[in-house]
Design a protein around this ligand. Structure first.
Ligand SMILES: [Fe+2]
Ligand SMILES: [Fe+2]
Length: 196
């Protein structure tokens, strides 16, 4: 196995992503309200499954990197972020097999339904991404109403659909962690939508 300094690599990646997050104007506080929770849930689930926590942490940090840099990249941001991760990690001399693993996780994180994942790390990242939408309802409302410019009922309906799809694609162990928040959020959205 190729020798590498993980703490240093992690620090470099963290700084890169964090700086990009603080520069973006469209997604307010994406570092604290999206990236950090995705990293946290990835590590929490990763610990339960004995997954590769280095792969997971780097994949979580970089999973949305392309559309943090450029908001216009949305539909294929998973592919673009995977490409960027490959370049960045190669530059930092992270082992090749692990780079491929990180890139595969990032590539597979987007998808509105639960899909077959090649590895447990890939499945965990997709779940952690979905969980972060539920653990950060205020940031999601910012997205629904401010970024996407929806009216009250339309935004609530949009958000309900999104949270429902997130729940669908989440692994059972993720659901267990986020269940109370999910129920609270659904109740709040339903109470709004029924007054349509
Ligand atoms: Fe994403
Ligand atoms: Fe994400």
């Amino acid at each position: 196995m190729q020798k590498y300094n993980y703490p240093k690599i992690k620090k470099e990646v963290e700084t890169l992503v964090k700086n990009a997050c603080f520069k973006t104007v469209t997604r307010d506080r994406i570092w604290e309200f999206h990236i950090i929770p995705v990293v946290r849930f990835s590590k929490e689930l990763g610990g339960k499954f004995g997954a590769d926590l280095e792969v997971l942490e780097l994949a979580a940090l970089m999973h949305d990197y392309a559309n943090i840099l450029d908001r216009k990249i949305e539909k294929d941001h998973h592919t673009r972020s995977a490409e960027l991760a490959r370049e960045i990690l190669a530059e930092l001399s992270f082992p090749e097999n692990k780079i491929k693993h990180v890139a595969d996780c990032i590539e597979a994180h987007r998808g509105s339904v639960r899909q077959k994942h090649k590895t447990i790390e890939s499945e965990i990242l997709a779940s952690a991404d979905a969980m972060s939408h539920i653990s950060e309802p205020v940031a999601m409302m910012h997205l629904a109403f401010r970024v996407l410019d929806n009216k009250v009922i339309e935004g609530a309906s949009w958000l309900r659909g999104k949270i429902e799809r997130d729940w669908e694609k989440m692994m059972p162990e993720g659901r267990e962690i986020i269940k109370d928040d999910y129920e609270k959020m659904m109740k709040m959205l339903d109470d709004t939508i029924k007054r349509r």
